[in-house]
Design a protein around this ligand. Sequence first.
Ligand SMILES: Nc1ncnc2c1ncn2[C@@H]1O[C@H](COP(=O)(O)OP(=O)(O)O)[C@@H](O)[C@H]1O
Ligand SMILES: [Mg+2]
Length: 263
Amino acid sequence: MRIIAVANQKGGVGKTTTSVNLAACLAARGVKTLLIDLDPQANATSALGLPTIDGHSIYEPLLGGAPISEKVVPTRWDHLWIIPGDMALAGAEIEVARAEDHLTRLRAAFDPFRHDATFDFVLLDCPPSLGILMTNALAAADELLIPLQCEYFALEGLSKIHHIVNEIRECGANPGLTIGGILMTMFMRNNLATMVINEVQTHFGDVIFKTVVPRTVRLSESPSHGKPIIEYEPGGLGATAYKALAEEFLARHQWSATAVPQT
Ligand SMILES: Nc1ncnc2c1ncn2[C@@H]1O[C@H](COP(=O)(O)OP(=O)(O)O)[C@@H](O)[C@H]1O
Ligand SMILES: [Mg+2]
């Protein structure tokens, strides 16, 4: 099981869109995927057409009140499970902050099943703030996937994340945390976007995914239909991009088709 935090302290960069659609594409490939909605707004939950269920989020496991496994719910797609978000998560910011081990609550909650084979990948859809939930996600994750909008301030945001990652490593909360990938999102073909991609490439090289997600209206419509893009518009540009991302992601993790258990 590998835990991936989909994070960027900036809102509206495509974290939720990427979490939901990458999770759906991995599941469609037969890869056992758990999506955890860490955002009190619960956008990832509703994007899969699921209601928020009071008391059914990662909130209790974060506070040590229940094991993570108790909060996992199936979705209508094979190989895809979710822990929905709920408003209680907003309270976690304050309550977890009071605890002594406040940085590593989520990491500790994962410990019982970090090494079992229930899931191949866990994707953490992080909220857009540098709060307790995001830092817990970074402390729990094996790696970070950073969606980055192709805009002028992208690099500035990136250096902030880099700084946070270093802090999480150095304070001992998660010495092994790596930046597993940077995904350029909402790409529109123009000079600025091309310049931003080139610049990020200069600084971060191969960490950037070759797949670039284009800005398409379909991608922004699909959550309101409760469907991932591969179901909402299977042949479209958005679906093509996220399927390509899933392939690239799996290749980075040395995942071969033969390794996929068909259950
Ligand atoms: N590639 C895209 N093309 C068009 N709209 C997008 C794309 N990616 C995300 N969006 C839209 O942009 C908004 C912010 O995306 P979201 O994934 O919710 O960002 P975050 O989780 O980082 O706040 C949403 O309305 C979403 O539907
Ligand atoms: Mg979001």
